[in-house]
Ligand binder design. Structure first.
Ligand SMILES: Cc1cc2nc3c(=O)[nH]c(=O)nc-3n(C[C@H](O)[C@H](O)[C@H](O)COP(=O)(O)OP(=O)(O)OC[C@H]3O[C@@H](n4cnc5c(N)ncnc54)[C@H](O)[C@@H]3O)c2cc1C
Ligand code: SF4
Length: 803
């Protein structure tokens, strides 16, 4: 029997997913041909933001390798564009002059970035962000251009901006609305998001309308409607999408904003269908993948002639894919006269939640900071669940039941890749999968934004019961490798790997250059394991650490000289005042760590500033010991029984400069009144009758945590010894970027106490710490004395900087 011919125009996410469904539903019914303009096999467009941010690589985002097309007898015309469709003769012609007959034709031509028709928008350096080519161009631009402006503060714009920041560009987001992501968030969440992104170094202008792009051939800046001007040598427009419908329109199909389809995804000509971003269903054009997968399932059944429920539209959910920022929004988030909302704002934890209901049903939600309820709320909205049920869950004292337990097989677990609970559970059973990584490789669940990895773990637990050991899951360091942190550190030690390049080569890294997650981590692990025979690789460090100063919103830097124990003197203060005058410091601010922060310094002034100050670096930018805060203690305070300042200064001098997985803060108070806030420090010392108490794992930041009492000791000498062993054990066993608070919780206080109080282990730890300490150098002095570093990093060519 001759097979019917299915032709798909558009080798993108929606079309290929539909073909996968067709093959699943009716494996041998069709001869399938796919025509795709891009020269690549089908890839995960969503992950382009992650590629730009350096978290993954182009090679890692392919969804269907060329082998898949061959194995399924699919003829793929890649790098070829369909230019004409004859709906009477039922043929498609391409730009390579091939004419391909069809019995069923599917349009999945996607969309293009919408480019604002501004004067100057055609200049070089002005572009959208849609495909691999754009991603490559941006990475290339970032090597020579420095000032990027992203027009549009929606998801795509912010993800692109974060990527460009990671590529060391100075990035400003220009948004016309009063707050970011205004289509997905409410003003409160938008405000929190702005603050969080600004903390990451992004500059953000809201309520700002661009009038014109300036420059000769290449863009040089933006003129705004209010008359102001912003310099730029790269401009990305991320203001929306424009469905690619010209071919459909020329073919005589009914087209509004998208190709008009009915509830079975049928377009206006016989045997012609459409899905994806090029499609308009019930007056809606979707710009996210989850609806496209729903459409694909219905369309596959329509093409195969199998009974199907109609497609009735989708509830949209969005996750922002920017590291360190958790934002989720789903359903209707705009309040109406008849809606009711439940709101919770926790300034301490930096979390915000709004859940909306209409006629007693959950209809929408916005989550900021903690998005753990995202799947629960999406599922409740889809099921039109009663808000009372949600409220009851919130008030219940019963331990939280896993969200997945209440989900049906049809419920989507991975929104990015449209993977259902049923698919994952069947794969676990049928393929014998035992880890999140295996589920990811087999089903694509959690492969994109990774937000559903916890749910996948819950499903493994639910399906495998006691044989699933969540703690035993190998968590790869990043998507460049399948190896865990511990496996990599063992290999670095055993195989004497002393550069990031050698680690990547020997351990078969999937990417050539690594990513922004693994490179700094590897650099840290190598230096920790081989302190005397490895180099600190500047190119593998974040910008603040590379430049030994903190970059600020306006591109200037702040500098904090070290004042041991928070103690200073008239001579130091005079020097700081002179430097402040000479270099026109914009703000002098006393920090929470009892130091003086000098804001508004120019990058090329930094080496001279440090030379004039003639004080050590305070490491306010570093992953190392930052400050030891002290109370005034026995010399002056009438409650003090101990010399807190003396001990604080000694601790700071003993442990300064050596690198740690994350920043470390210490404090010494001379009595339990605790004026130096020892209870919220990584290491907090408190003077008590007969000695000192050592507290550990405290944190006064976003994740507030009271420190735990590690031990009580009698002498300062013992404080230094226990703290040294603790400090080195943290250096050796924590994951890069893990603060001591989660580290203490992960390893357990009792275990840490056993190690650091064990005489043999503690002596060995301190010996290794001493080797690492001896290998450190004072970074500001090094910059002052090294003309090459000054030239490379601070753009200072003049040699004479020494006194
Ligand atoms: C950087 C980025 C991040 C994103 N992040 C998210 C996210 O986090 N969550 C989410 O849900 N969505 C996200 N999206 C949106 C998501 O990628 C799209 O919704 C999805 O890719 C649309 O699929 P599609 O198949 O309709 O279009 P596409 O994936 O664009 O595929 C269409 C394909 O058709 C080809 N084509 C067009 N015309 C022709 C022709 N005449 N002949 C041959 N080929 C043709 C195009 O070249 C293209 O390859 C993101 C998009 C981008 C760009
Ligand atoms: S902690 Fe005690 S000793 Fe130190 S300043 Fe406060 S009251 Fe005085």
């Amino acid at each position: 029997m001759t097979k019917q011919k299915v032709v798909l125009i558009g080798n993108g996410m929606a079309g290929v997913r539909c073909i996968e469904e067709i093959i699943k539903t009716s494996p041998d019914q069709f001869d399938i041909t796919i025509i795709g303009s891009e020269p690549h096999p089908n890839y995960n467009r969503i992950l382009l933001s992650k590629v730009l941010q350096g978290d993954t690589s182009i090679s890692d985002i392919t969804l269907n390798e060329l082998d898949w097309y061959a194995e399924n007898n699919i003829t793929l015309h890649k790098g070829e564009t369909a230019t004409k469709v004859d709906t009477k003769k039922q043929t498609v012609t391409t730009d390579k002059q091939q004419t391909i007959p069809y019995d069923h034709l599917i349009f999945a031509t996607g969309s293009m970035p919408f480019m604002l028709p501004l004067p100057g928008a055609d200049k070089d350096g002005v572009m959208g962000f849609r495909d691999i080519k754009d991603c490559d161009t941006l990475i290339h631009y970032a090597k020579t251009k420095k000032k990027a402006v992203v027009i549009g503060g929606g998801i795509l714009g912010l993800e692109a901006a974060r990527g460009l920041l990671n590529l060391d560009m100075d990035v400003t987001v220009v948004h016309n609305e009063p707050y970011l992501m205004n289509r997905q968030l409410d003003p409160e969440a938008g405000k929190l998001l702005k603050k969080k992104l600004e903390e990451q170094g992004m500059k953000i202008m809201v309520h700002t309308l661009t009038q014109e792009l300036t420059g000769k051939k290449h863009v040089s800046g933006l003129k705004f409607v209010d008359g102001s001007f912003l310099e730029a040598d790269l401009v990305i427009m991320a203001v929306g999408i424009k469905p690619q419908v010209q071919l459909a329109r020329d073919s005589g199909l009914s087209v509004n904003n998208g190709i008009v389809v009915d509830d079975y995804m049928r377009a206006s000509a016989p045997n012609v269908y459409a899905l994806g971003e090029c499609t308009e269903h019930r007056k809606t054009v979707y710009g996210l993948v989850a609806p496209l997968y729903d459409q694909g399932k219905v369309l596959a059944k329509t093409v195969c002639g199998v009974d199907t429920k109609p497609y009735e539209g989708s509830v949209l959910s969005t996750n922002l894919k920017v590291s360190g920022v958790s934002v989720f929004s789903t359903g209707t988030i705009v309040e109406s006269d008849t809606s009711k909302s439940l709101m919770a704002f926790d300034d301490w934890k930096g979390t915000y939640k709004k859940v909306l209901s209409e006629n007693g049903r959950v209809t929408g939600a916005v989550l900021f900071g903690d998005t753990s309820e995202s799947t629960l709320l999406t599922s409740m909205i889809n099921k039109k669940a009663n808000i009372e049920d949600y409220l009851a869950m919130q008030q219940s004292d019963a331990p939280a039941v896993s969200v997945t337990a209440s989900m049906s097989a049809e419920d989507i677990i991975c929104g990015c890749n449209g993977v259902t609970k049923g698919t994952i559970c069947s794969a676990i059973k049928e393929q014998g999968l035992a880890s999140v990584e295996e589920v990811k490789a087999c089903t694509s669940a959690s492969r994109s934004c990774g937000g559903c990895a916890n749910l996948v773990a819950d499903l493994l637990q639910e399906t495998l019961g006691d044989s699933f050991d969540a703690s035993n899951q190998v968590k790869p360091l990043c998507s460049c490798t399948t190896m865990s942190r511990d496996e990599i550190v063992d290999a670095i030690r055993e195989q004497e790997l002393t550069t990031t390049r050698s680690v990547m080569n020997v351990l078969d890294w999937k990417t050539e250059e690594g990513c922004s997650k693994c490179r700094p981590a590897l650099n840290y692990y190598i230096n920790m394991a081989h302190p005397t025979n490895s180099q600190d690789e500047k190119e593998s460090k974040y910008v603040n650490e590379r430049l030994h100063a903190n970059i600020q919103k306006d591109g200037t830097f702040s500098v904090v000289p070290r004042m041991y124990g928070g103690v200073t003197n008239a001579d130091q203060l005079r020097k700081i005042a002179d430097v402040a005058d000479k270099y026109e410091v914009k703000l002098l601010k006393v920090t929470g760590g009892q130091r003086i922060d000098m804001f508004g310094l120019k990058k090329d002034d930094l080496p001279s500033v440090w030379e004039d100050l003639d004080m050590p670096s305070g490491y306010a930018y570093g992953k190392t010991l930052r400050t030891v805060k002290t109370c005034v203690g026995a010399d002056f305070c009438r409650f003090g029984t101990q010399d807190s300042i003396g001990l604080g200064v000694e601790l700071e001098k003993r442990f300064e400069r050596v690198s740690t997985p994350h920043k470390v803060k210490m404090a010494v108070s001379a009595c339990p009144r605790n004026c130096a806030e020892s209870g919220i420090k990584d290491v907090g010392i408190v003077g008590v009758d007969g000695g000192w108490e050592i507290y550990v794992g405290g944190n006064g930041g976003t994740h507030l945590r009271a420190a735990d009492l590690l031990v009580k000791v009698k002498s300062e000498q013992e404080v230094l010894q226990i703290t040294g062993a603790y400090f080195q054990y943290y250096r050796e066993t924590a994951e890069y970027l893990e603060r001591t608070a989660p580290w203490v919780e992960r390893l357990g206080l009792d275990h840490i106490r056993d190690v650091v109080t064990d005489p043999e282990q503690s002596v060995a730890l301190i010996a290794r710490l001493d080797v690492a300490l001896a290998a450190t150098v004072e970074p500001w002095k090094q910059v002052i004395s090294d003309a090459q570093i000054r030239k490379e990093l601070y753009e200072v060519a003049a040699p004479a900087l020494t006194k």
